[in-house]
Ligand binder design. Structure first.
Ligand code: SAH
Length: 226
């Protein structure tokens, strides 16, 4: 992979629609929308979301919207990222697995809040772009290309498994990679086609499912794209 130059302070800080003032306004909005965890608000006030989308879209990066990242995939809207991060932090997790690295923005947000972060992406090019962005920001995370339906057996068990793509069913192979007491947080589609943010807690060999709120995500697919 070609080496990327160090990120310039100007690029990192942004200007105009990508400036600190714009990030602060996004965070004020998140607080009004019900995000209470100061750690989440602080991290999102710092995270340069404008570097995780195409340059032509950078000035939309802090709007209350999901954004295209190529290959028919999307970077979730800020509220969704904040909400999922808040749910994860309730678990005081050490080791977290994310399925669906995408742009790498959710990975960036989580990286300073958990001890060990693993993230899988099925589309090789999206993975490579995320690796480059995160390396330039000196983010510590373990990224790989794989079909997340199989989890990351060598790194299991996890305190939290987060899906950023919508599943229809969850494999036992994946659920068994949760530690006892751990939770999986995922958009799951019901039989009528509606998506619900869902929390599944492992209690021994029992998996307790709780529906949280309606959401809209791209689907969790099978296999990898090279
Ligand atoms: N967390 C991402 C959201 C990206 S959208 C971000 O912050 O940008 C969801 C991502 O999940 C897409 O990149 C898609 O390619 C990926 N995905 C879908 N099915 C997958 C699977 N089975 N394994 C791994 N990644 C998957």
């Amino acid at each position: 992979m070609p080496l990327q130059p160090e990120i310039s302070p100007l690029e990192l800080r942004g200007r105009g629609m990508t400036s600190q003032r714009t990030r602060d306004r996004m965070v004020d909005r998140l607080a009004r929308q019900g995000i209470r965890d100061e750690r989440v608000l602080n991290v999102m006030a710092q995270a340069p979301r404008h570097l995780f989308v195409d340059e032509a879209l950078a000035h939309h990066a802090y709007e209350d919207a999901s954004l295209p990242i190529g290959f028919g995939q999307t970077l979730s809207q800020p509220l969704t990222v904040a909400r999922m991060t808040e749910l994860i932090l309730r678990e005081a997790p050490k080791r977290v697995l994310e399925l669906g690295t995408g742009s790498g923005y959710q990975t960036l947000v989580l990286s300073s809040l958990v001890d060990e972060l693993y993230s899988l992406e099925r589309i090789q090019i999206l993975h490579e772009r995320a690796v480059q962005r995160l390396a330039r920001l000196k983010v510590q995370a373990n990224l790989a290309v794989a079909d997340g339906n199989h989890g990351w057996p060598d790194a299991a068990p996890f305190d939290v498994i987060l899906l950023t793509a919508c599943a229809q069913t969850l494999s036992s192979e994946l659920l068994e990679q949760l530690r006892d007491g751990g939770v999986l947080i995922a958009p799951i589609e019901d039989s009528s086609g509606s998506q619900w943010l869902t929390q599944v807690r492992r209690v021994g060999s029992v998996y307790e499912k709780r529906r949280l709120e309606p959401v809209r995500f791209v689907p969790l697919l099978q296999g990898v794209v090279n």
